[in-house]
Design a protein around this ligand. Sequence first.
Ligand code: PMP
Length: 436
Amino acid sequence: EPRCSLPLPVLGRDVTVPLVTGGEVAYAALDYAASAPALQRVWDDVAAYAPYYGSVHRGAGYLSQLSTDLFENSRATVAEFLDCRDGDQVVFTRSTTDSLNLLAAVLPAECQVFVFETEHHASLLPWHDAQVTYLDAPRSHDEAIRTVERALADRNPSPGSRLRSSRGGPHAPALVCVTGASNVTGELWPVRELAAAAHAHGARIVLDAAQLAPHHAVSVRESDVDWVAFSGHKLYAPFGAGVLAGRADWLQVAEPYLAGGGASRTVARRADGALQVEWHTTAARHEAGSPNVIGVYAIAAACKALTEAGFDSLVAREQHLIDTVRAGLAEVPEVRVLSLFGDDAPRVGVISFVVEGWNSSHFAAALSAEYGIGVRDGLFCAHPLVRILLGSDPQDAGECGAPEAGPGEPSLNAIRVSFGAGTPDEHVERFVAAVK
Ligand code: PMP
């Protein structure tokens, strides 16, 4: 059985929960895809730093300088963790959602955006002010690549633009947005190939790595994506901080995402009474206000801990857990695991399923109340994808929470089990036994 050197996270201590059947049991946190428990190492690092903090970029005192160093060193740690290219910028945000909204806010004029309908709402929705093309759900990696190629080749020519696609013809700037690992099926997407397809057609690509980065090493350089976004709270750090990293050019010239102190280099009143503002061209341009230094520092601590543990051993250990869960679920005839790319697709520890004859919300509630297992039920903020996988009516107005199926009706929502670093065998074994 593969071992992993990372100390167990689980909030730094075991949490015991009461069961409706009587007694108590150690909580099995199997909802890492929503938020992963913070690593003990991250808590320790933050606790060691917290008593000393001072204002970042704003104070002459020793502790302010120390905070500023920790903050900027965290930026360098994240750049290293993501294997960024020289000249890439790491912007600290609140979350993946915030990062993708930031990118949407800095799109050049006339930019066309291409996004699969299968994306998480955080990658599906921020582009509403741009010209968006929604791409049909592909059923294989090849189909995903062909879909992007076709969509980019067919895009509207823009007479004013100097960009040319490989098929010739001038085109407006374009951006493809794609997830690295699905928050519903856990399946990996062919990121490198999609980046190559985007670039061959003069487009750029942003990787939603919210579910990928906690499970696999992400290399901006090797995958050749233009930007990558992820959230601290899914990467074993606490809530409240996220990252957008990648090409500086669009970021440097756009209006600041947030206007305020820290983003501006100089502000002066002109003779005509108006304000003259010179904005920073560094990441600070989009980070106005006092930053979330503890959140950022915690992300850097998580990056270091994961790098030290080594993704090879983390992946091997997680694959063992994935195999256990999938083999266990396969023994239950009423269970249907949701998949876009089929059984052999490479995946992370995120598995969604429905159980024939069961309302998914009731099933998830029973796992919690009777077994102390925390999973998620619903449409996982990926409504179009879950509806496709369930074969339900795309017009069904299901909510992010738990739409109810009537007795004997097919599920309108699903159950998701997800895990990662530090998940003990006992948790997934208890889960499989409970489902059975
Ligand atoms: N993308 C994916 C693939 C996700 O799973 C999530 C979170 N469920 C997000 C984006 C959004 O992350 P956050 O809520 O941290 O902004």
